[in-house]
Ligand binder design. Structure first.
Ligand SMILES: Nc1nc2c(ncn2[C@@H]2O[C@H](COP(=O)(O)OP(=O)(O)OP(=O)(O)O)[C@@H](O)[C@H]2O)c(=O)[nH]1
Ligand SMILES: [Mg+2]
Length: 342
């Protein structure tokens, strides 16, 4: 599995110092202490941004500091608090302590927040230290240092799109055609034993992560073939890409078999947006028989496209459809803000 990794150092802001000051008023030569408190240092906060998909930014900048609190002032004025620094991370970022390896946070959904390093407390001004024995304290507290944490960020690249299909349909061939991934391709079933991920770059400068998973067969829920366990890798995808070999005799039947197995594993998988690609179109001759034409017209209530992962025919159209569906999903997701993982 493709894992992105970064080591960084994060500092909470320093608290401002308390102030030493005395009232100076006409006719009141010995005014009492009126030094204000220092402001609190800002916190360093990680926040999930759904528009990010890698930890690339952290490879360039490794030290982050939140704002320092301002010092207290005379006339009991408290210093201004330091600014929090909110650092954006992609969904699926795991936060660990660098030294102990302890898991500190798991940032999954857009809007999730995690305070990595708290800002230091502001020092108390001398106004706090007046007592019956000391009416004019000449000291104030210094501000506290902010917390410092060395952490490791890990991102298990979450697939945006998962290819679901029977063995030998050409799933790995498709992944290899559209991404830099080089999964094993062979003319026999169950070539792929573990999921492969690849980053697909689109013309618009956007990208998405595509997962190629092992072949799915009827009866997989009873342990046939490689079982169903690998389907957990597509549970967090936004879109399913059903892939079928167009030369199979009954496409609607094959499609329904796939859906049936998904349903038996996790009903909610069927609620995901999905598209269908009919692969190996290069194997059909130009003169389609009536039976073949009818087969290709079968309406399965799902956007579909004919492709050849081998020759590249239809791939551009397929990527356009995927990009369109992902954009649709993004718009629906917007506005959903969740706070957790403190
Ligand atoms: N003619 C033709 N052959 C293809 C096409 N796509 C894949 N193949 C061939 O089909 C066979 C299976 O391809 P894979 O990509 O390994 O299929 P898979 O779906 O990943 O198979 P499993 O990993 O076993 O589930 C290979 O021999 C490929 O060369 C295509 O568009 N046209
Ligand atoms: Mg494969």
């Amino acid at each position: 599995m493709f894992v992105d990794y970064a080591e960084i150092e994060m500092w909470g802001g320093k608290g401002g110092n308390g102030c030493i000051s005395f009232r100076r008023e006409k006719y009141l030569p010995k005014g009492g202490p009126n030094g204000g408190d220092g402001g609190k240092g800002g916190d360093l906060i990680l926040k999930v941004d759904p528009d990010l998909s890698t930890l690339l930014d952290f490879h360039y900048k490794r030290i982050y500091k939140a704002g320092n609190g301002k010092h207290g002032e005379g006339k009991d004025r408290t210093g201004e608090g330091g600014k929090d620094l909110v650092v954006k991370v992609p969904p699926g970022t795991v936060v660990k302590d660098k030294k102990s390896g302890e898991l500190l946070g798991d940032l999954v959904s857009p809007g999730d927040l995690f305070v990595v390093a708290k800002g230091g407390r502001g020092g108390k001004g001398n106004a706090h230290f007046k007592s019956s024995t000391n009416q004019a304290p000449r000291f104030a507290q210094p501000g506290e240092k902010g917390e410092m944490r060395k952490i490791v960020l890990e991102l298990k690249l979450l697939a945006d799109v998962g290819i679901v299909g029977p063995p030998n349909a050409g799933k790995s061939t498709l992944l290899a055609r559209v991404s830099d991934a080089r999964p094993k391709v062979a003319p026999y079933p169950f070539t792929t034993l573990k999921p492969n991920l690849g980053v697909v770059k689109l013309k618009s400068n956007k990208s998405f992560v595509l997962a190629d998973i092992p072949g799915l067969i009827e009866g997989a829920h009873k342990g046939k073939g490689l079982g169903l366990d690998f389907l957990r890798h597509i549970q967090r995808t936004k879109l399913l890409l059903f892939l079928l070999d167009v030369t199979m005799p009954d496409i609607p039947l094959e499609y329904n078999k796939l859906r049936q197995e998904l349903k038996l594993y996790d009903l909610s998988l069927l609620e995901k947006p999905a598209i269908l690609a009919l692969n190996k179109i290069d194997l059909l001759t130009d003169n389609l028989t009536d039976k073949e034409k009818k087969k290709l017209k079968a309406n399965l209530n799902i956007p579909s496209v004919k492709i050849s992962a081998l020759t590249g025919v239809g791939i551009k159209e397929l990527l356009n459809i995927i990009s369109r569906e992902l954009e649709k999903g993004k718009l629906q997701e917007k506005g959903e803000v969740k706070i957790g993982a403190f």
